[in-house]
Unconditional design. Structure first.
Length: 239
């Protein structure tokens, strides 16, 4: 993924060039797992995937949406009930959330589907864990809906995943910079990279307008004089 972002400073015109490599309850004995979860995404309030050109900063409150993708060996199901817990930065913040997916309609695989509205803080790591879901089999019956019941009453047409997934946002290799005085040409750069895929083993490669390079997260560079320079940052999430 490559994207272009212009950042104006006192004497720098920064051109950002991004390249991305880009405790569980025993609910039931799910012997088949015909329908599974393959991942979760965080999206904006319009259901759109975030772009690296979006103007968010760490700590911003985000009003958005949680989406899910289903896979598996069959689409012979409907009225899917999905339970899960929400963890933010490793701390459980919501327990036993439940949503009804594909009410009265056939389950569709390999297509991202909205779960619910979801708010979080930009930069937080959001994880969906302790996933358990069950569904009705056969051809969907219109005007029917999910049958909420005790999880331990389900033993075949179900799916469980205690480890869960990180609700992903795209890799956002952005940065800030600070100039040490009006006439000083030494600049401190700070990576504000978020997103990508866990375990988030980011690596960085900086190019300071062909005058030098760096590989650290927060490099310092001394420019030869005041002026306009192009800074390229390549970030890799290690996956």
């Amino acid at each position: 993924m490559k994207a272009l972002v212009k950042i104006k400073g006192l004497f720098l015109l920064a051109l950002l060039w991004v390249a991305s490599a880009g405790s569980f309850e025993s609910f039931a004995q799910c012997s088949q797992n015909n329908i599974i979860v393959t991942g979760y995404q965080l999206r904006n309030e319009f259901g759109e995937v975030f772009s690296v050109t979006d103007d968010y900063t760490l700590g911003d409150s985000i009003t958005g949406e949680l989406w899910v993708n289903f896979g598996g060996s069959t689409t012979n199901g409907y009225n899917l009930t999905m339970y899960y817990d929400v963890f933010i930065n490793g701390v459980r913040t919501a327990d036993d959330q439940v949503d009804c997916m594909y009410s009265g309609t056939q389950i569709v695989q390999n297509v991202w589907t909205k779960v619910r509205d979801f708010d979080w803080i930009w930069g937080d790591v959001v994880e969906i864990k302790d996933i358990f879901m069950y569904w009705e089999t056969g051809t969907a019956k219109p005007n029917t809906t999910c049958n909420f019941t005790l999880k331990n009453n389900i033993n075949a047409q179900c799916y469980s995943n205690p480890e869960g997934y990180t609700a992903a946002v795209p890799l956002f290799p952005k940065f800030d910079f600070e100039i040490n005085g009006i006439c000083n040409t030494t600049s401190e750069f700070t990576s504000r990279t978020i997103g990508g895929s866990p375990p988030f083993n980011y690596t960085f490669s900086w190019d300071f307008d062909g005058l030098g390079t760096a590989t650290g997260e927060n490099p310092v560079f001394n420019f030869p004089a005041t002026g306009t320079y192009t800074i390229a940052l390549t970030a890799n999430d290690g996956v």
